[in-house]
Design a binder for this molecule. Structure first.
Ligand SMILES: [Mg+2]
Length: 117
């Protein structure tokens, strides 16, 4: 999938998502993360690390107030989405379309997608 941002058939929402992708990637490039091409496996592993960090905030027996704990979880979720957007932009993937197409597929699947949980 490839989006040309000048294509007038692209919805306003698509443009917004595409912009988020582009900005995430530009910031990563500006910070030197793309001075040379990167390994796909490493990039995906780094997405996992953000989710693990979110889990650690939930696991911590800290003195944080409930809201602070959830703010930290949200930040790790944002980190994960930012890494996904950066990856998609670098690999020329249209994340917005992929999400909408997948949600449409999921709507047509069986309850719990035919799984126990
Ligand atoms: Mg993080």
């Amino acid at each position: 999938m490839n989006i040309n941002n000048n294509d007038s058939s692209i919805s306003e929402e698509n443009r917004k998502m595409k912009n988020i992708q582009r900005i995430c990637h530009q910031i990563a490039k500006d910070k030197g993360f793309w001075d040379k091409d990167r390994n796909n496996g490493e990039l995906i592993a780094l997405m996992h690390t953000e989710l693990s960090e979110a889990l650690e905030w939930l696991r911590n027996e800290s003195n944080l107030k409930e809201k602070e704990m959830w703010d930290n979880v949200a930040e790790e979720m944002a980190d994960c989405v930012i890494r996904i957007c950066d990856f998609c932009e670098a690999r020329n993937l249209d994340l917005d379309t992929a999400i909408w197409e997948k949600m449409d597929k999921n709507k047509k699947r069986k309850r719990k997608h035919g799984k126990k949980f």
